[in-house]
Design a protein around this ligand. Structure first.
Ligand code: CMC
Length: 443
């Protein structure tokens, strides 16, 4: 580093000209050097920019964190421009082709693909923790018959913290491991109980002889048969869908898990916050909206009229567009392949023809290509869930099951990161100041 290029930094340190930002505060005429590392300037470095000694210092304003990195993470990489999604460096396409959801969950949680022994131990640990305490079953029974399954999932995940109070010891690596295992193992059970509760059907206990997705299908659909035999094609399709949904870096629900977890609360409570965030229609609920849209379009003949409505701003083409992906969403490409395999078993969902034609026409239309609007993960996933006879209320739950491993991996990373502090953003205060209290009779 060249001594001559070093300058006083806004935070009082020293930066070099090559890796810094020169900022002139036109209020004072003062110039500052702000260090750039990994393409990022630290917001706290701006605090040293002041108009007077007693000034609080410059803040950055970023509602929705659209340009703010709030952590360093090695779990998931997304390049929206190039349409790339990787878990721990492995491309999503390869994982979907060659891996299983449980192996991917291990990869996310532990950081590396397991060897055969590690995978066998992990599978054993998950499989042997799928049962939930009987009192949780009673707790689910207490919900109204038509309670939304996401509301039930949110409550039961939160309630798990009362069954495993030892998870509060987040400094203990062993406790962290078992909390991770318990959550990945039990969320499908809680999800299936919620589904059966809505139908008024008895809850089905986990079957340890089945695979992770196979056991879920059994807990959902088993009736009078002695043992449920899932169709291997459906089992695999579900596994692939779950790999695709396992993580997506700092999305709304992951941010909720990290934000709540930064208070050092137990991981069940932190993950319950993630479930709550996912419940919202702007996050986990878009797949449901796609189906409602396809229902409204009704026939292939109505597509041009519908697209005109979208272009006039009267409608939104649900399942198209993404905040990050400005190229094809790589998850949509994989799902599309999956659709055919599922329909081979279930029979074709008649809405598929409308969806395929809609996609084709939109991709041929300048309105969508100019705005870089391509199908996202939700465009086809709802069609698959519907073909599996799932009610729309269950669609977001189907997203929450695999996202649990991502939430857990991000939580583990957060609690072990020395830079983690309690998440506590600043605000620009816009309200009144220094008012004297007025007695009620004088207002
Ligand atoms: N249909 C029609 N026009 C659209 C759409 C759409 N689905 N999405 C964006 N646009 C237009 C938008 O009107 C704007 O046009 P103009 O420049 O003329 O004003 C332009 O494209 C840019 O859109 P934007 O609203 O600035 O984009 P955004 O990044 O804020 O929004 C989005 C991203 C996902 C919220 C949006 O594309 C959308 O609402 N899509 C439909 C809902 C959907 O499918 N959501 C699932 C997202 S994937 C699940 C997940 O990962 O959580």
């Amino acid at each position: 580093m060249n001594e001559e290029t070093k300058q006083e930094r806004a935070d009082g340190g020293v930066a070099t000209a090559q890796d810094s930002l020169s900022v002139t505060d036109n209020r004072t005429g003062e110039s500052y050097e702000v260090e750039i590392t990994e393409g990022t300037a630290k917001a706290m470095d701006f605090r040293g920019i002041k108009v007077s000694e007693d000034d609080f210092g410059l803040m950055t304003y970023d509602p929705a964190f659209t340009n703010t990195a709030h952590c360093r993470s090695s779990v998931c990489f997304v390049d929206g421009e190039a349409g790339i999604l990787e878990y721990r460096g492995y491309p999503i396409e390869q994982l979907c082709e060659q891996s299983t959801y449980l192996e991917v969950a291990y990869l996310l949680v532990k950081g590396e693909l397991p060897n055969a022994v590690q995978l066998s131990d992990w599978t054993h640990d998950i499989t042997h923790h799928t049962y939930v305490h009987e009192n949780i079953k009673k707790f689910v029974e207490g919900f109204r018959y038509d309670a939304h399954p996401m509301g039930m999932l949110l409550a039961t995940v939160g309630a798990m913290s009362t069954f495993y109070p030892e998870a509060k010891d987040i400094e203990d690596a062993n406790e962290r491991y078992w909390a991770a295992v318990r959550m990945i193992a039990k969320v499908p059970t809680l999800a299936a109980f919620a589904f059966r509760h809505n139908l008024g059907l008895p809850y089905i206990y986990p079957d340890n002889d089945l695979s992770y997705p196979g056991n879920f299908l059994s807990m959902m659909f088993k009736m009078t048969e002695v043992s449920y035999e899932p169709d291997p094609r459906i089992e695999r399709a579900l596994d692939v869908l779950w790999i695709l949904h396992a993580d997506h870096e700092q999305n709304c629900s992951t941010n909720a898990v990290r934000g709540v977890g930064s208070s050092q609360v137990d991981p069940y409570s932190a993950v319950a916050a993630g479930v709550a965030a996912l419940y919202g229609p702007l996050h986990g609920g878009a797949n449901e909206a796609v189906l409602r849209m396809l229902d409204r379009i009704e026939t292939v003949e109505n597509i041009p009229g519908f697209l005109d409505g979208v272009k006039n701003g009267d409608e939104r083409l649900m399942g198209f567009g993404h905040r990050v992906y400005k190229n094809y969403d790589p998850r949509a490409r994989v799902i599309k392949k999956n659709v055919d395999e599922v329909f081979e078993v279930t029979g074709k969902n008649p809405k598929l023809d409308i969806a395929t034609e809609l996609e084709k026409r939109a991709l041929d239309d300048d309105y969508f290509t100019e705005r870089k609007l391509y199908p996202n993960v939700d465009f086809y996933s709802g069609l698959i869930y519907e073909a599996l006879n799932l009610p729309t209320d269950m669609f977001t739950v189907m997203f929450a099951i695999p996202r649990t491993s991502g939430w857990v991996a991000q939580w583990l990373e957060m609690v072990q990161d020395e830079e983690t502090k309690i998440a506590r953003p600043r605000q620009i205060y816009t309200g009144e100041r220094e008012r004297d209290y007025v007695a009620i009779e004088e207002r």
